[in-house]
Design a protein around this ligand. Structure first.
Ligand code: PGA
Length: 252
């Protein structure tokens, strides 16, 4: 990655922070933003409960926010859900789609991932499609096949608007929240493969590849120096000010 190229640092706060904690962290990140604003592109994914005030506080300093998950219908009897349209109206610019916790803990299927991709594109949210294999699949030499199936199911047949952007986060399931990150060179190989495959499935779309899974201040540089890794999607270490600023500073 060239020195002038922006690095994407995406913060997935998951369900780590309550309402007050989310607002405190958002304000602290906003206050620190003048140190890094020109060098990186930061997107924060707060909980749905905290989304609006966090998006406001961060938006004031030019940091954008996104949804952790969306429902594909605009409105209706879907208890506990929030639609892509609702997030868009509340100020979201991005949305995660198909995060491994949604797939593995909540049974989200490849078909639902596709429906969410369609919904995001329809309302104009930039999708951050998450793909990745489990430890068992990697051991069985199935990582590439699994990721290919996920990519095809998500992307095949989508209608893209001109100048559309697609972020894809390669997040091996075994590396998420475990403290065991993927070897950066191995991640680079997977990211290159993902980029090539996605280019064939989403023609004329700007594709940006991220790595996710136990990224921290100590390993961030190794990931972003890989030519085909344009940034990272961070969970645990993004939900605390000190560990997040360490990542930001080392990325800068
Ligand atoms: P982690 O999570 O950084 O805590 O491993 C990454 C993610 O789930 O996006």
């Amino acid at each position: 990655m060239s020195a002038s190229k922006k690095v994407y640092l995406f913060a997935n706060w998951k369900m780590y922070l309550d309402y007050d904690e989310s607002n405190i962290l958002a304000n602290a990140v906003a206050a620190a933003s003048s140190d890094f604003a020109t060098k990186i592109k930061m997107v924060v994914f707060p909980s749905s409960l905290s989304f609006y005030p966090v998006a406001q506080a961060l938006g004031d300093v030019g940091i954008v926010s996104g949804a952790q998950n969306i429902h594909f219908e605009d409105k209706g009897g879907f208890t506990g859900e929030n639609s892509a349209l609702m997030y868009k109206n509340a100020g979201a610019k991005f949305t995660l789609i198909g995060h491994s916790e949604r797939r593995h803990l909540f049974g989200e299927t490849n078909h639902e991932v596709h429906q969410k991709m369609e919904a995001a594109l329809l309302v104009g949210l930039v999708p951050v499609l998450c793909v990745g294999e489990t430890a068992k699949e990697r051991k069985g030499d199935k990582a590439k096949d699994v990721v290919e199936v996920q990519l095809r199911a998500a992307l095949d047949g989508l209608k893209w608007k001109p100048k559309a952007k697609l972020f894809i986060a390669y997040e091996p399931v075994w590396a998420i929240g475990t403290g065991k990150n993927c070897d950066p060179v191995e991640a680079e190989k997977m990211c290159l493969m993902i980029e090539n495959m996605a280019k064939a499935l989403a023609k004329d779309v700007e594709i940006i590849i991220l790595y996710g899974g136990s990224v921290n201040g100590g390993n961030i540089k190794e990931f972003i120096k890989q030519p085909n890794i344009n940034g990272v999607l961070v969970g645990g270490a993004s939900a605390k000010l000190d560990t997040w600023l360490q990542i930001v500073q080392n990325a800068c």
